[in-house]
Design a protein around this ligand. Structure first.
Ligand code: SAM
Length: 265
């Protein structure tokens, strides 16, 4: 349920149009994950945290005849996804509560699982829902040591925001590659994990702020009343301008690291 502006309640509310402003850059690691999926028979697939559904639609193109579910908890993201006619079964639910009635051939998730805590339990649970021979294919941001995320975290610990924002950000969910290997290997035939470093070239006056406003900044905005949220955003804007100065020709470089996990169950 959306809440009226000004009633901060800690619930992250996604803005599909803002999120899609950098659609091509956000889509690219998802396509890289899809391209890494080997030729396998897929009768059922789920896209966990499908957002506006552009990768879910790619799953439909790739796996003709499969039953494909796009699952997300956010009503605005799902509404945008469902506005495009398709045979995808859109479902509104929390990934943490998802429990399929039958084993699934492909469990796919792009840029979503880092929003959930306790990856040891989560990843064990997810592979437990996979069919024998099926695949778990996951991509998550692993950019939490970048200035964009460190500055954000640091600002949440300053006055006057500290009390309201205590516990609002969790930048510790994503584990090291070796940890995911150890978690998954007992349940999987193969576990392939790699990183991708994307040198993102952004345009505009505050492009890094625009980028994170659609994602990492959302939990902060969800915990602050509007005037405090505006002050916080302004302080963050100034810090980001220093950390990510424009190049001579006007672009801003925003390197972004991502982790990829492809496990055969
Ligand atoms: C960064 S977007 C990624 C969307 C899409 N997978 C893509 O690659 O464009 C993250 C999505 O995960 C969803 N999400 C985050 N936490 C979730 C949860 N616990 N359960 C279901 N969906 C969740 C959000 O609503 C959002 O649509």
């Amino acid at each position: 349920m959306r809440h009226p502006p000004g009633q901060e309640d800690g619930v992250v509310q996604w803005d599909p149009d803002l999120y899609e402003r950098y659609r091509l850059l956000r889509e690219r690691p998802g396509r890289d994950l899809l391209n890494a999926i080997p030729e396998v028979t897929v009768r059922s697939a789920i896209d966990l945290g499908c957002g506006t559904g552009y990768l879910t639609r790619q799953l439909v193109n790739r796996f003709a005849g499969a039953h494909i579910i796009g699952l997300d908890s956010d009503d605005a993201m799902l509404a945008k996804a469902a506005a495009v006619p398709s045979r995808i079964d859109w479902q509104q639910a929390d990934i943490g509560d998802w429990c399929p009635s039958e084993p699934v051939d492909l469990i796919f998730s792009n840029a979503a699982l880092h929003w959930l805590p306790d990856h040891t339990t989560l990843f064990r649970r997810l592979v437990g829902f996979g069919a024998p021979g099926g695949l778990l294919a996951v991509q998550m941001p692993d950019n939490f040591a970048a200035p964009s995320h460190l500055l954000l975290k640091e600002l949440t610990q300053r006055e006057p925001w500290r009390d309201s924002l205590s516990g609002a950000l969790d930048h510790s969910a994503v584990l090291a590659a070796a940890d995911y290997w150890r978690i998954l290997r007992p349940y999987c035939q193969t576990v392939d994990i790699w990183y991708g470093d994307y040198l993102q070239v952004l345009e505009g006056d505050d492009p890094v702020l625009d980028w994170v406003s659609a994602t990492a900044l959302l939990p902060v905005i969800a915990h602050l009343p509007p005037t405090q949220a505006a002050d916080f955003t302004q302080s963050y804007r100034l810090a980001l301008r220093k950390a990510y100065p424009k190049e001579k020709e006007g672009s801003t470089l925003f390197p972004f690291r991502r982790i990829f996990i492809l496990a055969r169950i």
